[in-house]
Write a protein that binds this ligand. Structure first.
Ligand code: AKB
Length: 326
């Protein structure tokens, strides 16, 4: 009989995905059964007050051990990571957090005979030699960023633990994630979040990639469903484990600005590409996620129009209440 997911830990729970995933997991599995962990940054009251919270450092195995034992953890959503742009500024830190962090989580999982582990990958696993359009599930993985290197190595490491030790590790290659609760920190796709906040606050935005830069993207509710549904999927149906392509939409920065303009006609966007342009250019325009659809029923709900309407409704209301948090 399959082991149960009873005591869940989320690493990186103060981050963009982790903060919302923790809340979603607490709703689904019970507040006391989901431990949120972070590294230094204080959690928002919603996270801190709705269930257990601890500080850990994923690069230091002993700090993981302590909380795993204390809360009898059997399932981990390992979200803590240094993203692409910060990773290029500090490749050493990126390697340490992303590789040693993932290794420590996998080792703790073996040591404590855990039920299941989620380790996300990213479109950063691809590189300039990868086919750009409708990027296949199986393809060339030769990233040119340290973040991408850690994502490819992370996928391989997770699959190694599946084959070698029979550990149930799962993960998907996330595209850019758009949300309004917690701002992303240090990624290349962050412009697709910042543009909404700036549109609501200042009616203008200076974008750090070119107008025709096209990337795969996803709205947060779909991102949360991807993680939760993949972790709930029947293992016997999976042919892949930690490297599922998942996507919801693809748009250029110019198309995103045009969609916002439909709601805020006075909105203007300028383009001043910086070092992140080269990173964006090395990533796919769009993804083929048919393996995820076939093996565990992946199906996103939001396209660009639906996401933009929802983002702007929430942010406009918050701005009017003086509560934009930006
Ligand atoms: C980044 O831009 O670094 C991340 C990612 C695509 O993994 N959002």
């Amino acid at each position: 009989m399959a082991k149960e997911m009873k005591n869940i830990m989320v690493t990186g729970a103060v981050g963009q995905i982790g903060s919302e995933l923790t809340v979603a997991l607490r709703k689904k599995y019970g507040n006391d059964n989901v431990l949120a962990t972070g590294h230094r940054t204080e959690p928002k009251p919603e996270l801190r007050d709705s269930g257990p919270f601890e500080f850990i450092n994923v690069s230091k195995r002993e700090t993981i051990e302590e909380v795993v034992k204390k809360y009898n953890i059997d399932t981990i959503y390992h979200l803590s990571a240094i993203l692409s742009a910060v990773g290029e500024k500090n490749p050493k830190l990126c390697w340490d957090v992303n590789m040693n962090g993932t290794y420590n989580i996998l080792e703790a999982a073996i040591e404590h005979d855990m039920t299941r582990i989620f380790v996300p990958s990213s479109i950063a696993a691809f590189g300039p030699e990868t086919p750009l359009d409708n990027t296949p599930q199986e393809t060339i993985l030769r990233p040119k960023t340290m973040y991408g290197v850690t994502k490819v190595a992370g996928e391989l490491l997770c699959d190694y633990y599946v084959k070698r030790f029979g550990l149930d590790v799962r993960g998907c290659r996330y595209p850019g994630i758009i949300s309004y609760e917690t701002l992303p920190g240090g990624g290349t796709t962050d412009y697709a979040v910042a543009i909404y906040f700036e549109a609501v606050k200042n009616k203008k935005y200076t974008c750090f990639v070119k107008e025709d830069t096209r990337l795969p993207m996803m709205y947060m509710p779909d991102c949360l469903n991807a993680a939760i549904d993949l972790m709930e999927a029947d293992l016997s149906r999976l042919k892949h484990y930690s490297d599922f392509n998942v996507t919801a939409m693809s748009f250029s920065a110019g198309e995103l600005a045009a969609e916002i303009k439909k709601h805020i006609p006075e909105f203007t966007c300028e383009y001043e590409p910086d070092f992140r342009q080269e990173i964006a250019d090395s990533w796919p325009n769009s993804l083929d996620d048919s393996a995820a659809r076939e093996e565990w029923g992946w199906e996103p709900s939001y396209d660009l129009a639906a996401m933009t309407a929802d983002m702007l409704e929430v942010l406009t209301k918050r701005h009017a209440e003086g509560n934009l948090g930006y």
